[in-house]
Design a protein around this ligand. Structure first.
Ligand SMILES: Cc1ncc(COP(=O)(O)O)c(C=O)c1O
Length: 437
């Protein structure tokens, strides 16, 4: 059989993630491999830890990568913190809250939940009431739930958890880099992420950070594999997973470099490059860039005459959900975006399936040209599907948004403030309201 090198078709990935990786990240992944204990390799690991401290805005020594997709980071935190019978409280506002419940149940925890309608978030007071009643060991909450596009405010939750003797964990897979996250300032004990959203990389590595309090809890369960035991193990219940045993993984990333798995070298390179891109840009500038392009996409969607789903004051900057217009075949429209334009937009899950499409503007694709191309293609696809859209309304409103936000021909995202953008969005919507159909 003749084989040749793979040649995936060119795509612009504008769904809820994965997104098109930054070429710099892809180049880093093709760098030559190093041995596990080569000083160049351990130096890279240490450098990557430092970069992720900046990304997570933390001084936590315990900041490292889990090999695996974002779900691996989540599972590592939950299985390492939760012993069978421990109480955990999960506020659920979308699919990924349910995932936290599912994983915590597998850890044998006693899981308590709090639910709100998809498209909404929780007021801190509702979470505090539940914490007061349940008295959990762990409060586990998603920051940005891609299934609904909502961004749960976390600012007050760390203090609430600490006041009631709980630890706070957040899944920041979808939000990190595109929305504010201050791990130390907000007193978050554990946070995990992935590369395939605002970090502009491929999926396959999960950056994670743990507070000293969390490390202490995990350290009490420290065991060392028989083959490399040194008599220093802890006495707590053994963590139920070997691969995701954070006590062992901390030893591996710590000064001891006590062997655990074989670090996924090319993913380490990718993760290092993703963090480096953000740190070079500046975290505030990266968040502002996502805010700018997300708002331009939202203005364009409304400019076409479509409706955004959910509480827009709590939407993540980097992904929106648009109500699928009546009469169009939703799957055929997504297929036409892909086949005719090479642009991927997202479907949706659970109660939103068939009701909304999800469109992302994140990482490498939080760019003006990506936003304008997607809106132009969407207009054509909708029109072909029989939807009465505003002619030129999408691109027009997005361009007006950029101009109103003070953005020139290039990105220039760093200088843009939120208030200016909101005003511009209103102006853009008004400007297209009377446009021809
Ligand atoms: C908020 C959130 N958590 C977890 C995940 C799971 O990530 P992965 O598929 O990388 O394991 C996703 C994926 O979209 C997500 O958006």
């Amino acid at each position: 059989m003749r084989t040749s090198q793979i040649a995936p078709p060119p795509r612009l990935l504008m769904g809820p993630g994965p997104i098109s990786a930054d070429p710099r990240v892809l180049r880093a992944m093709s760098a030559s491999l190093l041995g596990q204990f080569d000083p160049a390799m351990t130096a890279l690991m240490t450098e990557t830890q430092g970069l992720y401290r900046e990304v997570f805005r933390t001084r936590n020594e315990a900041t490292l990568l889990i090999d695996g997709t974002s779900r691996a980071g989540i599972e590592a935190v939950l299985v390492s913190l939760l012993e069978p019978g421990d109480k955990v409280l999960v506020p659920i506002f979308g699919r990924f809250g349910h995932l936290l419940v599912e994983i915590a149940e597998r850890c044998g925890a006693e899981v308590h939940t709090l639910e709100t309608e998809w498209g909404q978030v929780f007021p801190a007071s509702a979470i505090e009431d539940a914490v007061r009643t349940v008295r959990p060991k762990l409060l586990a909450v998603v920051q940005g739930d891609t299934s609904t596009t909502m961004n749960q405010p976390l600012e007050e939750l760390g203090a609430i958890a600490a006041k009631h003797g709980a630890l706070l964990y957040t899944d920041a897979t979808a939000s990190l880099g595109g929305n504010d996250l201050y791990v130390d300032e907000w007193r978050i004990d554990a946070a995990t992420a992935g590369l395939q959203k605002c970090l502009a990389g491929p999926s396959g590595s999960s950056p994670l950070t743990l507070s000293d309090r969390a490390v202490e809890v995990i350290g009490a369960r420290r065991h060392v594999e028989a083959g490399i035991a040194d008599g220093t193990a802890g006495r707590g219940t053994r963590i139920r997973s070997n691969y995701f045993d954070l006590a062992m993984i901390l030893d591996y990333w710590g000064e001891q470099r006590l062997n655990h798995h074989t670090e996924a070298t090319s993913m380490l390179y990718a993760a290092r490059e993703c963090a480096s891109l953000l740190v070079e840009e500046g975290m505030d500038a990266a968040v502002a860039r996502h805010r700018l392009h997300g708002a331009a996409m939202a203005a364009g969607i409304e400019g076409l005459g479509l409706t955004l789903f959910g509480d827009q004051t709590h939407r993540m900057h980097n992904v929106l959900a648009v109500t699928i217009p009546d009469g169009i075949d939703a799957d055929a429209a997504r297929a036409a975006m892909l086949d005719d334009f090479g642009i991927e937009i997202g479907t949706s899950f659970g109660p939103l399936h068939g009701k909304v499409w999800r469109i992302g503007t994140m990482g490498y694709n939080a760019r003006r040209d990506a936003v304008l191309l997607t809106l132009a293609a969407l207009e054509q696809v909708l029109r072909a599907g029989g939807v009465d859209v505003v002619t030129g309304g999408g691109v027009g409103a997005a361009r007006e948004h950029y101009e109103g936000a003070g953005e020139g021909a290039s990105d220039g995202a760093g200088q843009v403030g939120a208030a200016g953008q909101e005003g511009a969005a209103d102006g853009a919507a008004a400007a297209v309201a009377g446009a021809a159909r």
